[in-house]
Every structure is written in C-alpha cells, then in structure tokens.
Design a protein around this ligand. Structure first.
Ligand SMILES: NC(=O)c1ccc[n+]([C@@H]2O[C@H](COP(=O)([O-])OP(=O)(O)OC[C@H]3O[C@@H](n4cnc5c(N)ncnc54)[C@H](O)[C@@H]3O)[C@@H](O)[C@H]2O)c1
Length: 287
C-alpha cells in the first residue's frame, strides 16, 4: 500500500488537537475538522498553545519545526470536504456511539476509495462502528494517550474485518508520526494499556479504602519492589482524580463505590484533582 500523506482528524478537542498537531509535526499534511467556525477558531488557539508547548518540551521543536507544523494544518467544518483527499481519517469526536456511527456513515459515502478509517475511541469497540463506514476492511482503532508528545503510545487494534494490509499500513503510519505502535491483534475493550492499568489501580484503591495501608505505603511497596518510578497513587494523580472517579463510580463493587465516595468528598469537592491542580493524593510544589 502506498505511503500515507494526507491525514484528516475529526474533532479538535483534547485528543483530536494533539493528534492533528503531532501528525503535522511529523510532516503529514493535516486537515482538522470540527463542527463550526467557532470550534475551528478555538482549534487554532489550541494549536498555537501546542506550538509553545512543543517549543518548551520537545527537543528541536524550537528550531522552526513547531511553527512549520502549525502551517501544515488546514481547517474545515464541512465533513465531506474535509475527507475528500484523505489517505487516513482519525476520528476523535465525543465518546457517543450514535455520533461516531453517523460520522462514519457520512464520510464512508464521501471519502475516496484509498481512505483508511480509524477511531480513537477509548471505551467503545471499533466493531460497533466499523459497518457504518461501509468499508469495514479499511477500518480499525488507533488509540492515543493524552499528552501524546510525551506519552507516545499508539495502540493499533484490528476488528475481525480489518485487512492485514490496512493494519500494517497504520502501524507504519504510527511510527512515521513519531509514536511507538502497540499492535493489538484481537479486539479488546480497554486495549492493552487500560486492560493492565485499571485492575492495578482498582487493587491499589481497595488496599487503601479497606484499611490495609495508606497510599504512600502502597506506592512505596510498588516502587521499591519493582524499581518502577511511580506507584499507583502517583499514577492516579497524573491521570486526574475526575477520570479515576468516573471509572470507580460506574463500578458496582462495594470497595469501588467506597473509593468513589472518598475521592469525591475528600479531594474532588475541594478542587484537588491531582497533578494538574497541584494537589491530589499528594501535594506538588508550585513550579
Ligand atoms: N481525553 C483523553 O484523554 C482521551 C484519550 C484517548 C482517547 N480519547 C478519545 O478521543 C475522543 C475525543 O475525546 P476528547 O477528550 O478529545 O473529547 P473533547 O470533548 O475534548 O473533544 C471533542 C471534539 O469533537 C467536537 N465535536 C462535538 N460534537 C461533534 C460532532 N457532532 N461532530 C464532530 N465533532 C464534534 C467538539 O467540538 C470537540 O472539538 C473520544 O472518543 C475519547 O474516548 C480521549
């Protein structure tokens, strides 16, 4: 399959903006799609912010590379128009199944035959979306982590219908985009990372809420025994307590319900959301 050049990213929110900018930074020609001009104006401001972030945090970005990336992004709020020359479409619209299905139905009808379709969904299965595109053999999941210029995983996950050629092409694209591709050969809710991370964080929270040990001790046990730089509660602060709360609150297990209550009452209601607010399970000195 020919190399990919033109990438369209649907949605310019938290993840979509990062995906679009990183693709442009890696040299791809990018179209950023969002619902209206106001959303696109916001996207331009987000990209300007990413230019500055890259200049500060990504080696070499200050030598004109970040500014060049900004110039490689064009904008559209007309869905069919945004995909008309796309080699790859990466969808990062809100996590609503019906919305994703309707978007793929529309672009499936509008995109050229060469287009590969990818969803960045975190919690839905690509199989639930693939048929809407009308080309399930050209459909897969390509899942990034937040702050992707630092957390460089790109989980590439097939459905039973994805063609091996499309899978291989997207794995190569992820590398070309500057990511570390994580190849997932069979569909799995939570991909690899969250399949490992969520049960680990659940186990840590249960040791705490059931009174076996405090967070510092749980983290120390993990760090000292494995040599890992961070324990589970440090990771929880990094992920953000709101997200951890959402996951716990929807888990009916009594220890998780206890954990959700504790997170809300002792942290979230007091604005302690983790690393991003300077305090969560731990306190972080101001920079
Ligand atoms: N935030 C994360 O850390 C993260 C990490 C990995 C994957 N994801 C996944 O990425 C996707 C987007 O998440 P996000 O956090 O960037 O969301 P977000 O709410 O920050 O951004 C969503 C974007 O989609 C646009 N949008 C809204 N309605 C739309 C519509 N009808 N059609 C097209 N675009 C529309 C919004 O204007 C916004 O720019 C979700 O599937 C989510 O599961 C998020």
């Amino acid at each position: 399959m020919a190399k990919l050049n033109n990438v369209t990213v649907l949605g310019t929110g938290v993840l979509g903006a990062q995906i679009a900018f990183q693709a442009a930074y890696a040299g791809f020609t990018v179209v950023a799609y969002d619902i209206n001009e106001a959303a696109l104006d916001k996207a331009k401001a987000t990209f300007q912010g990413l230019v500055e972030t890259y200049k500060e945090q990504v080696e070499g970005a200050a030598d004109g590379k970040a500014d060049a990336a900004y110039a490689r992004v064009s904008y559209s709020c007309v869905l069919a128009e945004s995909v008309k020359d796309a080699d790859l479409v990466i969808e990062a619209v809100p996590e609503k199944l019906a919305l994703k299905q309707s978007i793929f139905a529309e672009i499936g009808a509008a995109a050229p035959a060469k287009t590969i379709f990818a969803t960045n969904t975190s919690t839905l299965l690509p199989s639930d979306i693939k048929d809407s595109s009308g080309r399930p053999d050209r459909f897969l999941a390509l899942h990034f982590a937040n702050m992707l210029w630092v957390n460089k995983t790109a989980e590439v996950m097939v459905t039973p219908d994805t063609s091996p050629e499309v899978f291989a092409t997207v794995v190569e694209y992820a590398t070309d985009m500057g990511m570390v591709p994580i190849e997932i050969k069979k569909e799995k809710a939570g991909y690899l990372l969250n399949s490992l991370l969520v049960p680990w964080l659940d186990a840590a929270s249960e040791l705490y809420v059931d009174g076996y040990a405090d967070p510092e001790t749980v983290d120390k046990a993990w760090r000292v025994s494995t040599g890992a730089p961070m324990g589970p509660f440090q990771i929880i602060d990094m992920v953000g307590l709101n997200t951890v709360y959402e996951i716990a609150a929807t888990n009916p297990a009594s220890a998780q319900q206890k954990w959700a209550k504790l997170l809300k009452e002792q942290y979230i209601d007091q604005g302690k959301l983790g690393l991003s607010t300077g305090e969560g399970i731990y306190k972080y000195p101001a920079k």
